[in-house]
Design a protein around this ligand. Structure first.
Ligand SMILES: [Zn+2]
Length: 76
């Protein structure tokens, strides 16, 4: 019998964190559903950063300051 692991349960994630944008907390366009596992990992690493701050963090912490990956992505 298929039994979904609780950690795969979908949880609500706010694209722009509700802690910083309380007005967007209930806005449909600011909410996506992600597994609890991914959600926990995301916030453990990115805390309540905004998407632009996360890109900045990734570029400077993991990608040696190289913005080419982001630029190439935008060109796709
Ligand atoms: Zn979240």
């Amino acid at each position: 019998m298929a039994h979904k692991h609780p950690y795969l349960k979908k949880t609500k994630h706010h694209v722009l964190p509700q802690s910083r944008f309380p007005d967007l907390a209930d806005k449909e366009s600011n909410i996506v559903m992600v597994s609890e596992r991914e959600h926990d990992s995301y916030h453990r690493l990115f805390e309540n950063k905004l998407p632009i701050e996360i890109l900045d963090y990734l570029v400077n912490t993991f990608w040696g300051g190289n913005k080419n990956f982001v630029e190439n992505y935008l060109d796709e």
